[in-house]
Structure formats: C-alpha cells, structure tokens
Design a protein around this ligand. Sequence first.
Ligand SMILES: [Zn+2]
Length: 212
Amino acid sequence: MNCHICNKTTETFIHEKTNITYYHCKECEYIFKSPECYQDFDAQKERYNLHTNDENDEGYIAYFQRFIDFTYPYISSCKSALDFGCGTSSILSEMFEKKGISCDFYDPIYHPDGMDEYKKYDLIVSTEVFEHLHQPREVFKSLLDRLEKGGYLALQTQFHTNEHETFKKWYYHQDPTHIVFFTAETFKVLSQIYSCEFVSDNGKNMVLIRKP
Ligand SMILES: [Zn+2]
C-alpha cells in the first residue's frame, strides 16, 4: 500500500488486540488504518450521535482557548473565518466572533448549510476533524482552495509518536471513527505538496499553515 499523502511505500503493522492493520509512511509519518475499517456516512453519523455532550460550555471554552492562544498571534488581522467540521457546537466560531473575526461554521452532519460555496476566507480552522477523513489530502487541498491568498489554515488533531509500540497503546485510534493519524511532519509534507508555508506547530496537536 502506498501512502495516501506522499505516495511513498509504507510499512505495515498489525495491532494484536484488534487485528486491525495499519500502514505507516516513514517519509511523511502518516499512519492510516486499513481502508476496510473506514465507515460509511450513516455509520459515522450513528457513532457521533452517541457522543453525549457532557462537557458544558465552560469546558469547551477552556478547551478551545488553547487553540485560539496558539493561532491568534498570527491571525489577528484576519476578518473572515470558517470553522470546518464544527460538530454540534458553534462555540469556537462565537469565540472568534468575540475577537472581531466573523466566523461561519460548517458540519456535514449537524450544520450542513453553514458554508457559502463561493465565499473565500482569511482563516479556516478545523479541530478534531482530520483523524476522521478518508481522504485528508483531498480535503486539505479543498480547504486551501477556499482560502484567500495569504490566508491561514489552522488544524488540530492529536500527533502520534511515530513508533509502533507506543502507537498501539495510544487511546486515540480506539475510536472506530478515527482512521488516519498525523504528526507535524505529515503537515509539512502536505504544505510542500501544495506550495504552502508551514508556519508553526505546538509539538502536540496543532499546526498553522499559510497559503502563498
Ligand atoms: Zn507519506
């Protein structure tokens, strides 16, 4: 199996407990579950509906504040933003609005009408979305197409350690809707592929990329 990000050959490993096969690219550090584990839209929808929103607004605000703290030094002059894959909540977009950045929010399940097809944005944010994507490279490209020149793409997804044994013990891939896994390196390679500037990462779960 070749890497779905950079097309190089991958290394295979199997999780003994679940029998799931993973493909690991040593070039861009992308790890993906065997595609037969990918669920269709309805199965995913059912799973998301099980997520009880047990966090109150305050919990979400503290959670998203870390994301805003990471991005805001770079994006303070942005005027328009899109929260892509916001889930049920519009809290992050409300937090950007409070900072004077007008923010649309879109989710294929919960807010399917939230995105203006023809609008371009200064900033697109997407938190805890990329680990669910069957085709992250294609989605990355489509988000870049929706950015203004010089616009920013800020993403949050948990980075793996790039090592098989610690990966197997990691909680993050146990959610059946989490199918693909990244490090900052994966996003550096994606940025190179689409001639973008990789601006920053926090070493843990956030990256910021700028469209030229
Ligand atoms: Zn790769």
